[in-house]
Ligand binder design. Sequence first.
Ligand code: FES
Ligand SMILES: [Fe+2]
Length: 447
Amino acid sequence: MSETTAPDKHNFSAFCGYHQSGEGAPNEILTRTGPQTPCGEYMRRYWHPVCITSELDDKPKLIKVLGEELVVFRDGEGQYGLVHKKCPHRRASLEFGNCQQKGIRCCYHGWAFDVDGTILDIPGEPQGSEAVARTKANLRLGAYPVKEFKGLLFAYLGPPEALPEFPIYDTFDIPGMIMTPYSVHFKCNWIQVLDAIVDPVHTAFLHQSQFSDGFGMMGELEFYNRQSSRFLGTATRRVGDNIWVRVNELILPNFTQAGAAFAADGTKIRHFGRSAFTRWVVPLDDENCIAFAWGNFGERGDPLEWNTWEGMQLIEQGELIDRSYEEKQASPGDVEAVESMGAISDHEKEYFVPGDRGVGMYRNRIRKFCRDLEKGESPPQPADLADGVIPTYGSDTILNIPQRDDQDETALLRETNTKVMDIIFSNDHLDGENRDNEIIQSIQAIR
Ligand code: FES
Ligand SMILES: [Fe+2]
């Protein structure tokens, strides 16, 4: 006969569901990126990827960027255009327009526009009329500058007078690296997705069984902020006789790199292996964002066998995206973790511990840059980080350094981390391959 025991009434006082119920407020500054918001203005000072060019055919494509509905297209001359959705005549959507040899033509009354918004043709009015001349002189379609680069289309949505230099990072040109564009849509605010790059603790839990056993170890964590807009989170772990230093990287506002997803597991020696992805987290609106990236494959990135859509989903978030609820519960990826916070997380109810330091640091810095911009001070640009190609740090280094009887293990991990990071930091004056070679040689000499 089973016996039911009444729960001990005395313990009930510790249950705090009632007192903690209800939602907190999101961080207003960080989460709003639409036009005329402080963070929207801040984000509008940078180049962002907005489209994978292979997804464009002879039809225009409706997209969203920073809360604006836009139409992207490629005309017959091969020029890319990114324009306001609504035609300046009587507001029909240009997504139903036609790509022309030059520019795009609206479906409703046939007006045609060049990629810079110039009106090329008003076919329904007598040609040469004063109305046509006046309209062409006074009216334009809203358009934004774009730049195609390695299969991604980048756009600048800010004031033309503040157009920044297009930043060139060292990882854009690593000999032998194959870079394949991909994008993953997250149905939540961009900050929820961006946070993870400077959150090495999540790797040890969310991703512990997804890549390799080594990922499941916490290791020693360190956070760095360099040159005001660059944030790094490092995890230094022991795997057998090896020490594995992994560097995750964020350059504000939204450029991210890390180490490899598959090529590094702590068991094989690796010297300054580079990032599995070169990636930007771009807000579509306040409740959606897209991670646009290249997956990086080759000797210094991930193995070529993962250069598939499936491989890139795993690189991006540890699991495939399209899965049943049961599969997601059994092995959640980043999508499950960050979308489950809600479309916009209630930041007010978060509770930070030291392992969240990287997240706190970069969020505060974005808030500062937003406030500064409101006062008229322009935020720093990635291109300011170097006199040319921008050195980046996202990497894996795995060294054979067995445990020592005469040295505390924590101290040994921390010391190895410092040695590796000092070497990486001290070669910023060198360019591309020279820098990498110098770093690799110096790292090889670490004992
Ligand atoms: S609404 Fe576009 S041409 Fe009239
Ligand atoms: Fe993750």
